[in-house]
Design a protein around this ligand. Structure first.
Ligand code: ADP
Ligand code: MG
Length: 760
């Protein structure tokens, strides 16, 4: 480039394709990561840093430690392994102190970059194999002695980003460097800082930026402007946005990382709190149909149950009925461990609403669950003379309370019964949101397993259900995923919360055991014995990550890949169990590619004990209640989070028999066994949730895809103080100025942020 007057403008809102170094191959993976613009790239925050700050001699390397060496490539070859067509690149490198081998897997192209005789920095973990030492998959960077060498990929703190197939952290680092130049080589950091502050860049040469007078990106390029009010920055001692962005990508030490993260996290938490508080205000401002607490009926209902309510069920029901009796919409989350009995609480709310002629929609994430609610509710409210409906994508059914039986009917007839208010209580899947469905007197929505609904779906739901009269229905969300308190405040700060923190009295502890490969046979013997006694077993197949596959193009293909792989493991497991292990037993499988009718048949038959073992994927196996099933076998248990394992375990132990949860684990690293042991020692979902959060961090805990939250927010969810401060500032800001008119930049940005994270 030397000698060429190469002037290129690049704005933050420019599509990422415009950035130097972005070729057509990586555009798609970048988009999978949510990086569409230069701005998105700069906001793609590293989730950790590898510390390669010290360059050591080869002779000083110790097994198990991570370090950086500077060495010459003496030899480099590609080999193909006999297994699975894998490439291994092996290099011999040396410095004055000695030589060492470095190996990389599946990166045959390295051989083109790392030529014999070239000088490189290699950063990675030294592992011993036999009696020699290797560097395994080290990060690498060529060193050109003539250059004022700065090292993006090796020396110092090296940022590691969230990756996807087709784009590595190395790529991302390279692109970020292209986007903002390398600050550490430019001694004139203040100038860069300043230009970053305004963020109107003109690219003049490889590594310098100057400020522009006018930007073609006005309005949009303002994204990186300081949006936080100066008072807040001062009061909480936060970095200005420009240096925060700089330091998060190119930190000189861990303190800089901390500072930068704190600033960025504070900003996000503040925005989220503002969104939540505004949403809450809005809901509280709309009118809802008041549904007075019918004490007589409620008492009669409770007396009709075959069990006594727990104290926390009573309390939750009372809180819900109080809310519903008001003319502002309830927005309450009923949180309770698997099996804690949330359904009956929802039934009490439904009964009260129906008694006042209000309609109730009870929505579940899967057909199996919707059907279960249909049956449970039918039997619970039958004696009060209410019919119950079931609407799914495939079927419309009604339980007639007079003759105490169900019948199928045409969808249109079902809809007519809703429109004429003949049918008050309806259960169903997301089919309930469909255009044609209308509830003229909707009083209550119950959303079961609410975290299973996409955030968009939830927004759609509320939108969709504005009743004809303009009244907003009461909303009761239910979740069995116990959420640690800090998360609750951040994620569901707009909800009131009722907790079921005790289990019905008749519950037995579930015996939980880790089964190592050598114990497998005896575990199967045990299973057979239980089945001989008449019990049944669930087998959950391991979680699969489709991302291992290259060429994943979009979220949709990702989901399809995932489904395909899951179906495959279920089929394989089914094959293995039915032909090799338990040829004498009756086994069925359940997976996402099956027709709904087929799934339904299998669930019905399992409940009726027509077969012994149900093999299923992790995905569809939620919320079903089969008291005779006492065995829960989880394959690849180490691949699941604690909260999820706990959920699976909650499928058993629902009846009178002793139940067991067997965790089959192959890879019992320290971290894995720590998690699995936590499960063994603890039966309380809330404690487990706290532990899970602590061990894995919030990203894995909630799943970034699921939560819709930005990475940094996720990472800071354990920082109670920061959350509290942000929340207080948000309350303060809105208190004085509910429309944020005094802070136009913040207001502006808030709208964009909201659209981006789809937080309702
Ligand atoms: P979840 O909270 O997981 O949705 P369910 O509502 O499905 O739990 O309840 C699980 C089982 O416990 C059901 O069979 C239900 O009838 C039963 N149950 C609920 N409350 C009680 C109680 N207080 N005492 C005994 N059994 C109960
Ligand atoms: Mg449930």
């Amino acid at each position: 480039m030397i000698g060429k007057t190469h002037i290129k403008n690049i704005g933050l809102s420019d599509p990422i394709e415009k950035l130097k170094g972005v070729n057509y191959k990586i555009v798609k993976p970048l988009k999978v990561l949510g990086i569409h613009t230069v701005y998105d790239l700069l906001r793609h925050i590293p989730f950790r840093y590898d510390d390669f700050s010290k360059i050591v001699n080869i002779a000083e390397l110790t097994p198990g430690e991570t370090a950086t060496i500077r060495a010459k490539i003496d030899k480099i070859t590609n080999k193909r392994t006999w297994k699975k067509n894998m490439y291994v690149t092996e290099a011999e490198v040396s410095d004055e102190s000695g030589m060492i081998k470095a190996v990389w897997f599946n990166q045959p192209f390295l051989i083109r970059n790392l030529k014999i005789g070239s000088l490189v920095n290699l950063a990675g973990k030294a592992v011993s194999y036999g009696n020699s030492l290797y560097l395994q998959n080290p990060a690498y960077e060529r060193i050109f002695e003539s250059s004022t060498s700065e090292h993006t990929h090796t020396g110092g703190l090296v940022p590691i980003y969230r990756e996807t197939a087709g784009i590595t952290s190395r790529w991302i680092r390279f692109l970020v460097k292209n986007a903002i130049g390398n600050p550490r080589t430019e001694k004139a950091e203040p100038r860069l800082g300043k230009s970053l502050a305004g963020l109107r860049f003109v690219r003049q040469s490889q590594s310098s930026w100057t400020k522009r007078e006018h930007s073609p990106y006005d309005g949009q390029a303002a994204q990186m402007e300081e949006i936080l009010p100066q008072e807040i920055i001062k009061k909480h001692n936060l970095l200005p946005i420009s240096s925060a962005i700089l330091k998060i990508h190119f930190p000189e030490n861990t303190d800089e990382v901390k500072e930068a993260k704190r600033r960025l996290a504070f900003e996000e938490l503040l925005l989220i709190q503002l969104i939540i508080l505004k949403a809450r205000r809005k809901i509280k401002k709309s009118a809802a149909p008041p549904i007075p607490f019918d004490i007589e009926k409620t008492k009669k209902f409770v007396a009709s149950l075959s069990f006594t309510l727990t104290d926390s069920q009573r309390k939750a029901a009372w809180e819900i009925l109080q809310d519903m009796s008001k003319n502002i919409p309830m927005n309450r989350l009923l949180e309770g461990d698997v099996g804690s009995g949330k359904t009956v609480v929802a039934a009490i709310a439904a009964l009260n609403a129906a008694s006042k002629g209000r309609q109730i929609a009870i929505m579940a994430p899967t057909e199996v669950l919707a059907r279960q609610h249909f049956h449970t509710l039918s039997s619970m409210v039958a004696e009060f003379g209410f019919n119950v409906g079931l609407l799914t994508g495939n079927s419309a059914e009604i339980f007639d309370s007079e003759v105490k039986s169900e019948y199928k009917l045409k969808k249109q007839e079902f809809l007519n019964q809703l429109t004429s208010k003949k049918l008050l209580i309806t259960t169903g899947t997301h089919a309930l949101i469909s255009e044609k469905v209308s509830f003229p007197s909707l009083g209550l929505i119950v959303l079961d397993e609410q975290h299973r609904f996409g955030v968009n779906q939830r927004a759609e739901l509320l939108q969709r259900y504005k009743t004809v009269s303009g009244l907003m229905p009461h909303l009761l969300s239910m979740t069995a995923t116990p959420i640690p308190r800090t998360l609750t405040l951040t994620l569901y700060g707009d909800l009131d919360i009722s907790l079921l923190n005790e289990m019905p009295k008749n519950r037995k502890n579930i015996v939980t055991k880790i089964i190592t490969p050598s114990e497998r046979t005896s575990a199967y013997d045990f299973v057979r014995e239980e089945i001989r006694k008449g019990r049944q077993a669930f087998v959950i197949c391991p979680r699969i990550d489709a991302q291992e596959d290259s060429k994943i193009k979009s979220e949709k293909t990702y989901q399809q890949e995932l489904l395909k792989k899951e179906v495959k493991t279920v089929k394989e497991e089914y094959q293995k169990l039915s032909s090799e292990i338990f040829p004498d037993l009756k086994i069925e499988m359940l997976h996402g590619k099956m027709k709904p009718q087929e799934k339904e048949r299998i669930m019905k038959e399992f409940k009726a004990n027509r077969f012994n073992i149900l093999v299923s994927t992790s995905v569809i196996e939620v919320g079903i209640d089969v008291p005779n099933a006492v065995l829960m076998l989880i394959e690849g248990a180490e691949h699941f989070g604690l909260a999820q394992l706990h959920q699976f375990r909650g499928r058993v132990g629902r009846g009178e028999y002793q139940s067991y949860c067997l965790l089959f684990a192959e890879n019992t690293t320290l971290a894995n066994s720590r998690r699995l042991k936590a499960l063994i020692n603890c039966q309380n979902g809330f404690e487990l949730a706290e532990k899970d959060l602590e061990i894995r961090g919030p990203g894995d805990f909630l799943g970034t895809r699921q939560s819709g939250l930005p990475d940094l927010t996720m990472a800071s969810l354990t920082n109670k103080i920061l959350i509290k401060e942000a929340r207080e500032e948000a309350i303060q800001l809105l208190k004085e100025d509910s429309e944020l008119t005094r802070h136009p930049k913040l207001k502006n940005y808030l709208a964009r942020f909201n659209a981006k994270i789809h937080f309702e």
